[in-house]
Design a protein around this ligand. Structure first.
Ligand SMILES: NC(=O)c1ccc[n+]([C@@H]2O[C@H](COP(=O)([O-])OP(=O)(O)OC[C@H]3O[C@@H](n4cnc5c(N)ncnc54)[C@H](O)[C@@H]3O)[C@@H](O)[C@H]2O)c1
Length: 329
């Protein structure tokens, strides 16, 4: 078995590559390094510099490394940017996936694992959210992830693949400081960014129908997420009928934005008094995963808590922002 990990030099991909390498699974990474960092890859996992939209590069890597399964993480992932540049998002996330699936089918690779997102649910009406909940994405990013799931399942049915679509909830933390998320698009690094600048973290709306009035989300440690990939990949590698497994990856536990801000204050030692700004359009009051399906299908559940996420993310932040340590109590 050799796994091709697309986007394996990215934040989540590097954790997946590491989990696979540590578990003794052979892997190769294809990454165009548009946001990835080559130095994140663990020893023994080669990097092929190329794009999932490049059919020749795909044919080469699938053949040369005798790839028998694909974990597809490469994507553009910023919601706001997707609203401004929908065509780019459809090209990267949907066209890129189509080219990849064509290469996969032509090479006879029988397993395909796809990075999806809780963004496919849009503004969920169910709490917790089961995988059977209606998928009504509210931005082009979420649309491309839902279209991606459709493509993966349709190709799986037509060509006899074993497929999995993993709907990640809010990813945070790092296995090691150098693997931390370098973007400031998710809430934990956004809070760190504000306090490093000497500004208060922002909370968008505190009049939601939740106990403290702020939005509630389901945070998942990136190391747990990587472990889930390994578990699912191994399930796909077992003998069995073609078919699809679409599952949420979360903890099934909600944390409010205000609770998270307080935890960031405790971990960083910086007293935080979040400023409340108006609600953002499209933010649900509560978005928490039902994790029953993955528990039932794979016996998998997350192990790490939110404090571990914030502590490990802060260690990564300090590595790249030593100036923040001045405020570190
Ligand atoms: N971070 C999150 O909170 C989150 C939540 C839900 C889903 N996801 C999904 O997880 C996946 C990984 O996200 P991440 O947070 O690690 O992002 P990231 O930007 O750190 O990683 C994406 C990686 O893909 C590479 N890449 C982008 N376009 C490529 C292309 N055309 N060909 C080859 N490589 C390409 C980038 O260089 C980067 O290494 C994405 O599919 C994203 O949509 C992320």
């Amino acid at each position: 078995m050799t796994w091709l990990i697309t986007g394996g030099a990215g934040y989540i991909g590097a954790h997946v590559a590491r989990a696979m390498a540590q578990a003794g699974e052979a892997a190769v990474v294809l990454d165009d390094l548009s946001s990835g960092i080559a130095g994140r890859l663990p020893e023994g996992v080669p990097l092929v510099h190329g794009s999932v939209g490049d059919r020749e590069a795909l044919d080469r890597v699938l053949a040369e490394h005798r790839v028998t399964g694909v974990v597809h993480l490469a994507a553009a992932k910023q919601v706001a940017e997707s609203v401004e540049q929908p065509l780019r998002y459809y090209r990267e996330n949907v066209h890129g996936l189509t080219v990849l699936l064509e290469a996969v089918v032509a090479a006879g690779v029988p397993r395909f694992l796809f990075s999806s997102s809780a963004a496919v649910y849009g503004v969920p009406e169910l709490d917790p959210i089961p995988e059977s909940a209606p998928c009504v994405p509210i931005n082009p990013y979420g649309e491309t992830k839902l279209a991606g799931e459709w493509l993966v399942r349709a190709a799986g049915r037509a060509y006899g693949l074993r497929t999995a679509c993993l709907r990640y909830f809010n990813v945070a933390g790092a296995e090691r400081p150098e693997l931390a998320d370098t973007g400031v698009f998710n809430i934990v690094p956004m809070f760190f960014d504000r306090i490093t600048r000497g500004e208060e973290p922002r909370i968008f709306g505190d009049d939601y129908p939740t106990p403290d009035g702020t939005c509630i989300r389901d945070y998942i440690h990136v190391s747990d997420l990587a472990d889930a990939h390994l578990t699912v990949a191994r399930r796909l590698a077992e003998r069995g009928e073609p078919g699809d497994l679409t599952v949420n990856i979360g903890r099934g536990a909600g944390v409010s934005v205000r609770e998270l801000a307080a935890l960031v204050g405790e971990v960083t030692g910086v007293p935080v008094r979040p400023v409340v700004e108006p609600r953002r359009p499209g933010d649900a009051a509560r978005a928490v995963a039902s994790v029953d399906l993955i528990a039932a299908e794979l016996g998998w559940s997350a192990k790490r808590g939110v404090r571990e996420m914030v502590e490990s993310a802060w260690a990564g932040w300090l590595l790249r922002h030593p100036e923040a340590a001045r405020q570190d109590g």
